[in-house]
Structure formats: structure tokens, C-alpha cells
Design a protein around this ligand. Structure first.
Ligand code: B12
Ligand code: SF4
Ligand code: SF4
Length: 390
């Protein structure tokens, strides 16, 4: 077993001694509720303030490897991080403009267009749910009140990693790019929230790298951003798994999107690329029960030490066929036929497309999509449908 860096032995990847020494007795998987059948709020495990977590020493180990390198070699990026933190703090206390502006007939489209204009690759909207908020976390009073009244809206956005560094993962170049995109996602979220505040609506924006108040993945699924892949990250047919998520919550009433089905779940059931390529064998082949939901699962205690050795990782995202631009269209079309045969309605495809590319598709019609979903009609996104929109 290595001291600083783990080793691959006949029994598989072994975490380094330093990691084993610093990790808490309790397993991250147990804290996460692996095997629990009751729905409950998630426990903060990583990327939280140290006072909230048991894994504080391993979090510090990761940061002690990552941060000095960023500060010494990439001072501009380090400064950006610090600025972002203080902007988020200020934003939490910011009050909306007392003069409320009505955002035209279709505020949802205006907000989505604004998010895209600021740099988001895709936008989806859903309502916040209490079960997404981490245990021991509180959201601001105005947001909690809106949540209690079921009118706290979440705008979910995605930023893509630059291709070349993504393809090189795990590498320092990709780790740096992750930091870059955390900055970019936070920047877009803060700007969008500030824009909403200026229009007279309560809003708060969040990107990474810290986890924040709630888990982004289930919210992004509900907003139609992507489906959960076997590798534990979201897959969007346009971006594959090559993106990070950022969000804004607001009291401005918006039209919500649907969780979309791209056929990814079905595809993952038959594919094993990421399970085989993950060096510490962290990706389970089948689904597991976690806090009352059966879903694909990544073993935290295997993934994180490997990530710590490599300042990040992301091999699972890179090897996933959905992340490879050249074949994604092919995979997508094959999957479309397999799952839905010829039942696809083009008008619904176009409606769904508006979630992904509001600038090109123009129309936003969550209501129609919702009705179709209720009627059990297949909703699908097709990468090149913009020209055929109704
Ligand atoms: C802590 C954390 C980690 C931990 C634990 C990961 C884990 N499996 O939970 C570690 C360090 C291992 C990790 C690793 C990675 N992470 Co991470 N991580 C987070 C963070 C900050 C919190 C997640 C958390 O608390 N999980 C603990 C509990 C909630 O986990 P869980 O119950 O098992 O739920 C997981 C999924 O099942 C899903 N989920 C939760 N509820 C529900 C409900 C339903 C119905 C379904 C279907 C799914 C679902 O979300 C969780 C995250 O995958 C989020 C940001 C955020 N605020 O959400 C980023 C985040 C999930 N990570 C991300 C990424 C990209 C990675 C890595 C690829 C690292 C990298 N190189 O960038 C790896 C991939 C390994 C993996 N998929 O797990 C991205 C995912 C983007 C995407 N395309 O989906 C996020 C969203 C960060 C961001 N802002 O973009 N991560
Ligand atoms: S990030 Fe790396 S270690 Fe973690 S699940 Fe993906 S491939 Fe495995
Ligand atoms: S590599 Fe295969 S199994 Fe893994 S997430 Fe991608 S499609 Fe699913």
C-alpha cells in the first residue's frame, strides 16, 4: 500500500495509507443511506464546511494537494474563487429592487434566454423539494417560506468542460478545467440571481465547488437537464456527461419543465464501459436502494481516495459513449428506435427541444409537455430538431 498515493494490487485499487489514516470510522455509504428504504434528506458528506462533516480530514487532504498548486500556478483562478465566495455571501443578504418589473407575457422564456445569454449550455426549471436540502442546512427565511408554500422555483443550468482537457482526464489539465467551470457556473448563477433581484424578485445563485444547501442532481433530473447514468453523473444527449451544474432559486413564478426520458437508463442497463474503466471499481453494475430511491450508485469510499490521488478524476465521464460527440447522435438514434419505436411525435420533440436550446427553438411549452407526460406519451430530445420545430 502506498503512503501518499494508492496502489493497484491483485485485489484491486488500495487507497494510500494517509487516506486510510485520516478517514472517519463511519463509511460515507452508510451515512448516505445505502440500503435504507425510507425517504430522508441527504447527510452532508463532502464539500461542506468542516463543522458539518465526518470526512473533514480527507476533505482537507484533497484540498491540501489541490489548493497550493492552484494558488501558486494559477493565481488568477485562485483570485476568481475568492471573489466568487464573497459575491455569494453578499448575494445572500441582497434585497430585491422594491419596484417590481413585470417580465412580459412569458417570463420563463425571458429567464431561460437570459441564462443562455450568460453562458449556460442548457436550462431547465423545476420547484424545490424539501427532501433535496442537506440535513442541518437552512435556506434563507424568504426561500423557506416560498418552499413551504410550494412556490420556490429552481433554474438549473449546465456549463461544459473544454474538450481537450476533458479528454485527458484524469489529469491536472482537467482538474484545472473543473475549477474553471465551477467559477464559470457560479458566475452565471450569481449574475442571473442579481438580474432577478434588479427586476424586483428574490433570488440566490449557486455553482460549486462547495456542495451548497441541496443536492443538485435530483433537481436537475426533474428540470429535464439529463438522466442519471450508471456512472452516477447526469447525462444530457447534447453534452453527454461533460458538464457541471449550477442553479438559481427564486420566487419569480416560472413554468416548470419535465423530467425527460432519453433512453439513457435503458442504455446503461446494457452497457458496462464505466464499470469496467473505473480504476477503483467504484461503480455498481446494477441499481441500489439509497434513502428510499432505487438508483445507480457510486461507492463513495472507493471513488474519493482515487480522486484524491489524482486531484479529481472523471474517467467515467470521459469513457461514456454519450460524452463522445462523434458517436452520440448514432447512439441516440439507435436508442430512440429501440425504446420508443416509431411512436415519437415531432411536435413534442420540438417542445422538449425548447428546454435545451431556447435561443434556437424559441418556444417554451412546459404545459403541453406535462399533459403529454401525464398521458404517457414519450417525450424526447433530438439533437438536430431545431430546423423542424413546429
Ligand atoms: C459530494 C459530491 C461528490 C462525492 C460523492 C459523490 C456521490 N455519489 O454522492 C465525490 C467526491 C465522490 C464526487 C465525485 C464526483 N463528482 Co461530485 N458532487 C458531490 C456534490 C458536491 C454533492 C453530492 C452529494 O452530496 N452526494 C451525497 C448523496 C446526496 O448522494 P446520493 O444520495 O447517492 O445521490 C447521488 C445520485 O444518486 C444523485 N441523486 C440524489 N438524489 C437522487 C434522486 C433520484 C430520483 C435520482 C435518480 C438520483 C439522485 O445525486 C447524487 C450525486 O451523484 C455534488 C454537487 C451537489 N450539490 O449536488 C457534486 C456533483 C454531483 N459531482 C459532480 C461530478 C462531475 C463528479 C465527478 C465526475 C468528479 C469530477 N471529476 O468532476 C465524480 C463522479 C463520481 C460520482 N458520480 O459519484 C457533478 C455532476 C455533474 C453531472 N454531469 O451530473 C456535481 C453535480 C457537481 C456540479 N456542480 O456539477 N462528488
Ligand atoms: S470519478 Fe473516477 S474513481 Fe470516481 S467513479 Fe468516476 S472513474 Fe471511478
Ligand atoms: S459508460 Fe455506459 S453504463 Fe456508464 S454511464 Fe455511460 S452509457 Fe451508462
Amino acid at each position: 500500500m502506498g503512503f501518499w498515493i494508492g496502489e493497484h494490487t491483485d485485489d484491486g485499487y488500495q487507497a494510500p495509507w494517509i487516506y486510510r489514516f485520516l478517514k472517519p470510522e463511519i463509511s460515507g455509504n452508510d451515512m448516505n443511506g445505502l440500503g435504507e428504504t425510507e425517504l430522508r434528506r441527504p447527510t452532508p458528506i463532502l464539500w461542506h464546511r468542516l463543522k458539518y462533516i465526518n470526512h473533514k480530514w480527507v476533505q482537507l487532504l484533497f484540498q491540501s494537494r489541490f489548493r497550493p498548486r492552484i494558488i501558486l500556478r494559477h493565481t488568477a483562478m485562485a483570485k476568481h474563487f475568492i471573489t466568487m465566495k464573497s459575491r455569494k455571501k453578499k448575494l445572500k443578504k441582497a434585497l430585491p429592487n422594491p419596484k417590481v418589473q413585470v417580465l412580459g407575457e412569458n417570463p420563463t422564456k425571458i429567464v431561460k434566454d437570459k441564462a443562455v445569454e450568460l453562458g449556460s449550455e442548457t436550462v431547465g426549471i423545476t420547484k424545490m423539494r424539501p427532501e433535496w436540502i442537506f440535513e442541518s442546512y437552512e435556506i434563507p427565511d424568504w426561500a423557506q417560506q416560498a418552499l413551504d408554500e410550494d412556490r420556490l422555483y429552481l433554474v438549473l443550468m449546465a456549463v461544459q468542460h473544454e474538450k481537450e482537457s476533458f479528454e485527458s482526464s484524469p489529469s491536472w489539465a482537467f482538474s484545472k478545467e473543473i475549477a474553471n467551470q465551477y467559477n464559470q457556473g457560479s458566475d452565471i448563477a450569481i449574475q442571473l440571481a442579481q438580474w432577478l433581484l434588479n427586476k424586483g424578485y428574490r433570488a440566490y445563485g449557486h455553482g460549486g465547488p462547495e456542495a451548497g444547501e441541496f443536492t443538485l442532481t435530483p433537481a436537475a433530473i426533474e428540470a429535464g437537464i439529463g438522466e442519471l447514468g450508471k456512472h452516477g453523473s447526469l447525462i444530457n444527449p447534447k453534452l453527454g456527461g461533460n458538464f457541471r451544474v449550477a442553479c438559481v432559486y427564486t420566487t419569480l413564478e416560472l413554468e416548470t419543465d419535465n423530467a425527460a426520458e432519453f433512453g439513457i437508463d435503458d442504455f446503461c442497463m446494457r452497457c458496462q464501459i464505466c464499470t469496467k474503466e473505473c480504476p477503483p471499481d467504484a461503480i455498481s453494475d446494477g441499481k441500489k436502494m439509497v434513502r428510499g430511491v432505487e438508483k445507480f450508485y457510486v461507492d463513495f469510499e472507493k471513488c474519493f481516495p482515487y480522486m484524491t490521488d489524482h486531484y479529481g478524476c472523471g474517467i467515467c465521464l470521459r469513457v461514456c459513449p454519450w460524452s463522445q460527440e462523434k458517436i452520440v447522435e448514432k447512439v441516440f438514434r439507435k436508442q430512440q428506435k429501440r425504446v420508443f419505436g416509431n411512436e415519437i411525435r415531432k411536435d413534442l420533440i420540438a417542445t422538449e427541444h425548447s428546454v435545451y436550446n431556447p435561443l434556437n427553438a424559441g418556444i417554451i411549452n412546459g404545459v403541453e409537455a406535462q399533459q403529454a407526460k401525464a398521458a404517457g406519451e414519450p417525450l424526447f430530445y433530438q439533437p438536430d430538431m431545431a430546423a423542424e420545430k413546429v
